[in-house]
Design a protein around this ligand. Sequence first.
Ligand code: GDP
Length: 903
Amino acid sequence: MTDKTIQELAESVNSPVDKLLEQVRHAGLPQRKADDVISTTEQEKLAAFRQTTTGAKLGSGKITLKRKTTGTAKVADTSGRAKTINVEVRKKQTFVKPDPAKIAEEAKAKAEAEAKARQETELKSKADAKAKAEADAKVKQSENKAKATLEAMRASQKKETAKSDTKTAVVVKKRNSNAKVEIKKVETPEQRKAREAQAAQLKATEEAARRKAAEEAQQRTLEQMRKMASKYNNDEHTTTVRVIDDSPLAAGLVGQAYEDSFAQEDREIKRGGGTNQRSGKKGGRNGQEEQSFTKNHHKRGLKTSQSNKHGFEKPVKKQVYDVEIGATIVVSDLAQKMAVKVREVIKALMKMGELVNQNQSIEQEIAALVVEEMGHNPVLVSETAAEDNLLEAAEEARGEQTTRPPVVTIMGHVDHGKTSLLDRIRRSKVAAGEAGGITQHIGAYHVTTDKGIITFLDTPGHAAFTSMRARGAKATDIVVLVVAADDGVMPQTAEAIDHARAAGTPIIVAINKMDKESADPDRVLNELTAKEIVPEEWGGDVPIAKVSAHTGAGIDELLDLISIQAELMELKASAEGAAQGVVIEARVDKGRGAVTSILVQNGTLNIGDLVLAGSSYGRVRAMNDENGQPIKSAGPSIPVEILGLPEAPMAGDEVLVVNDEKKAREVADARADRERQKRLERQSAMRLENIMASMGKKDIPTVNVVLRTDVRGTLEALNVALSELSTDEVKVRIISSGVGAITESDVILAESSEAVLLGFNVRADATARQKADADGIDIRYYSIIYELIDDVKDAMSGKLAPEHRETILGVAQVREVFRSSKFGAAAGCMVMEGVIHRNKPIRVLRDDVVVFQGELESLRRYKDVVDEVRAGMECGLAVKGYNDIKALDKIEVYDVQTIKRSL
Ligand code: GDP
């Protein structure tokens, strides 16, 4: 800073000279003219002064901030030499300070405008008030007029009401409120006339409707009375009076004795009806109250005309439902269909002398009475009407019938070679390319022979055959009875014969294990003859094939016999039209949902078809054949596995393709209802049984069972078989049963109900196992139906003879699968529990369900072959004869020991 003249300073601070001079003066400095010199100290003084005052006293209300930055930049000139240039960057920002005078002026203007507006509003509201007063007076006047008219209307309607009807009061009230609403609008005389004309017309229409309703109501009541009379005339129960008690005509008949009970209800009505103004709101009451209002109303209407004094004014418009009733109906369902509370229905039933709870089902006839009693229309339907129609329609749509392949079930005693025989047939007849999928288990497969296709059902055990038949499904055309040549007729052979006979299914005998030295087919034939199975070669009618599942000898002959038998039977079906079939088995797969195996019996099943199976329906999303190959359609006698049903149906359930989703739902719902009814009946029967048991003999020993299986077919078979074991002295009670792995809740249930926990081809998951170990619950695993049943039988008779029993030694989980053409599939595993032994039997579990049973091919730690691997270590293994191993599968190593049973 140097000494400057005021002029120079003014220029450097960018301020007019006179303004600066003024500031100089205010700062108490001596300079007064533009060319007066101002020293550096004075300049500083002035700057300080300017800083405190700028913009406040002396400024224009505008602050300008300037920022100047200087720097250098290097650039190359045209000759290429570097050159440094100084760069100055200036930024300028201006803030405007509001002018107080201006603000004051604006505020004043605003206040003035507001005051003016207020004044105007006041004037206006005064005018309004005046207008309103005038209008009110007018309204009052017309209201009075209307009142008079209404009075007259009411009087005239009362007269009519006294004659017959019950709803008049409601109409009056309605008219009243209508009138009020309209009167409130200020109207011209023309408008009024038009309105009155309209009202008169409305009145006439309502009058007509009311009369009709009254007539109908009376008709219904009479109808009801007639029905009741005919039912109760022959009935000696004193409940008759109670029944009529609530009905309108009866009320009149029974008379004074019931006045008391009505008095209470009348009081309620008075309370409700007395508050006219609120009538609009009351329209929103629930159906229940409306119901009772109507009922009471009826009662009074019929009893005495004076009851109209109550001025019943509730604008009730009761919904009358058509209530469909099958052969039986569950009480709670009935209530739901009428949209009333269950307790109302139970009350009505009590009055009829029927004491029921909401879960019980009542007969069609009684349900119909209740429905009528509650003012709805009972519609009696045959339980199976909807599905009968569907079936009929499907039947009609079917084309010409042609020969269809036979469906065969293989039966016989355990270990006589059923599985081996099925495998043999399958392996020998299934084209090589499809062999990879042989482990697929869909409960059935078909093979092609020289003489045509044969379909084999591969359902577990005889009980499955029977339970399927019990569900009305006749899936099997021919039974192949396997008898081991070295063992002869055994208990289950005899059982199989009984089952086949009971079903009227022809039998073909396959004497198996003919390769064995100890084979003695003649002994077998002798024993069979004793069971009235007389071989053709001995003059009977039963074809016999001598086979070996091991060598394959005689298999073709057996297939020929089957084809000949089928020809004799002239099995026919049509491949045209909507498919119909039967559920072979169904399970729920973690990733894919319900997987359902179906045997098509008629028509053709296509992808995208809407399938109804039991009480479940859905579109076929995907369809596989028994080799796991995707297919698009399947004709008669062809088994398929479909995806797309929302839940697993039961083995033996009928399958039908429908084209109307609504119908499918209807039938599915009806079936679900039926199932539920049956279940409820069973449950209450069970309870009753318990009560009786505890009343009579004190302690009937009971074997409680909690059961889990791999597929539904087995589940049903076991449920039936176990239930049938019950005798007078010992009972078997299945506390719970289901498909899938044993879970913690099963263990808890087994513990609390002191039940035995049985798993068939399923295992307990980790938490369940821990819980079972901790609680000392014994979980027993089986893979042979017969053994499971025998164990329960033994438990019942208390003779728990020592037997061989499995212990799980170790479990390993597959982490990764390596495939090589030389060794097949090798699995990299982690041992989760126990010890994996190379030389013990193993099972492969997928989602805790057994998918393979056998032994290990090899067991390695790194490159070394080892005998055992302990928990927490990794190992590599291969399963003998099984290449379908997948990551996350579990390998379970077990041992069979002889120990004392402790069921
Ligand atoms: P299943 O219980 O009736 O299904 O009988 P399996 O098919 O499991 O067979 C039981 C046992 O008999 C197995 O060890 C088979 O290897 C054996 N087996 C089955 N068929 C034959 C056969 O034709 N010859 C011989 N020697 N053994 C057989």
